[in-house]
Write a protein that binds this ligand. Structure first.
Ligand code: AOF
Ligand code: ZN
Length: 362
């Protein structure tokens, strides 16, 4: 199952709206087939593993990181439900890490297997499987994606000097890790202030991973982003979506659309910004399961105040910027310590001279 989970991870960031699933077929102690969900979400992991195993699938045990689906897909060529395909291939046992809450499956895949005489064992490595597919599970059960906040700061939590200089606080290895993070997410989100201040590209520019750039999403209630911004100018090669308000300036909306940007209109929240919850719900509605928020300090503050932040990856450089520097988060109305958002540290690592801290919300 651990090997199946490793295969599953390969799909992260490139299979949305689908989950990233891994499947291993084992017979007589040998791996006879391996598969993982393919870019775009199809073919499914089981289809891939069965294709490789061929006749050797008969009598094998399937280890799958998610319950095999119970619905037929109408793609060309049409594909059978994975539960059906496993049974038909003669798989005799299915070990399943966790159930698929998609209403088309949700236990039906397991029933289908059992009815066909396949022994089913559930729950092996379940928490790890849930963690890998936290984004998909949240999309299906809560109508929102998994939200991970990424920050690159000085030791004292500053993300730029007072004059806005931020290149570069963390070093090259940390920046490479940050690009790898982008590759594992469906979308990267920034506020319009970051577009105005830094004009970022928000792509994954690691050698060999150039095709792994996520959808770039700007939260921009007033459509302040310049039409000349890099994310706008390159919208036809790497998708850019702007989340704005229902009544945003129609002429600017038209100009962005003409530039190839997808506009998503949501209700307003505090201070005339798009309501973050409505924005994330809209992203989930378009199939996004994993979001990486890369600031800036206003959006970070809004999320710390109203949520959601599920995970944080914090890159910290061994330098100090003091009170002259820009904080990672603007003020968000906190007065009492017991109301402070708190996180659980999940791990630490290094990136060259910098420290990487990983957190989960409590
Ligand atoms: C599996 N194995 O590798 C994946 C599954 O649009 P479709 O037909 O591809 O169906 C999408 C649904 O299939 C998705 O919501 C989830 O329930 C399941 N994904 N299932 O058996 C896989 N990716
Ligand atoms: Zn399937």
């Amino acid at each position: 199952m651990r090997a199946a989970l490793r295969l599953a991870r390969r799909g992260l960031g490139r299979v949305w709206p689908n989950p990233a699933v891994g499947c291993i077929l084992v017979k007589d102690g040998l791996v006879v087939g391996r598969g993982w969900t393919q870019p775009g979400g199809r073919p499914h992991a089981e289809t891939e593993a069965l294709k490789r195993a061929g006749a050797a699938a008969r009598g094998a045990t399937a280890y799958v990181s998610l319950e095999p689906c119970a619905h037929r897909n109408q793609a060309t060529p049409p594909q059978p439900a994975c539960a059906e395909a496993l049974a038909k291939a003669g798989v005799k046992r299915a070990v399943i890490a966790c159930r698929d809450p998609d209403p088309r499956t949700n236990g039906r895949g397991i029933n289908m297997l059992q009815k066909a005489g396949v022994e089913v064992i559930e729950g092996l490595s379940e928490s790890e499987a849930r963690s890998i597919n936290a984004g998909f599970l949240l999309r299906v059960t809560s109508g929102r994606p998994l939200v991970t906040l990424k920050v690159a700061s000085s030791l004292d939590g500053r993300i730029a000097t007072g004059s806005g200089e931020s290149k570069w606080i963390t070093g090259e290895p940390a920046r490479a890790q940050a690009h790898a993070l982008r590759a594992r997410h469906d979308a990267v989100v920034v506020g319009s202030g970051t577009v105005l201040a830094d004009d970022p590209e928000l792509t994954c520019r690691l050698p060999g991973l150039g095709d792994r750039s996520p959808v770039r999403v700007i939260f921009d209630g007033r459509l302040r982003a310049p039409l000349t911004a890099k994310v706008v100018a390159s919208a036809r090669t790497t998708p850019t979506w702007i989340v704005t308000l229902l009544h945003a300036d129609p002429a600017r909306q038209k100009a962005f659309t003409a530039a190839g940007v997808t506009l998503i209109q949501v209700a307003g929240g505090r201070e005339g910004h798009p309501d973050p919850k409505a924005a994330f719900a809209a992203l989930a509605g378009k199939g996004i399961t994993r979001v990486l928020v890369e600031g800036g300090r206003h959006l970070t503050a809004a999320l710390l105040r109203d949520g959601p932040i599920d995970r944080m990856v914090w890159f910290r450089a061994p330098m100090l910027l003091g009170g002259d520097g820009m904080p990672a988060a603007e003020s968000f109305g906190l007065t009492k310590l017991d109301e402070a958002p708190r996180f659980r540290r999940e791990g630490t690592a290094t990136a060259g001279e910098d420290l990487v801290e990983m957190y989960k919300s409590q």
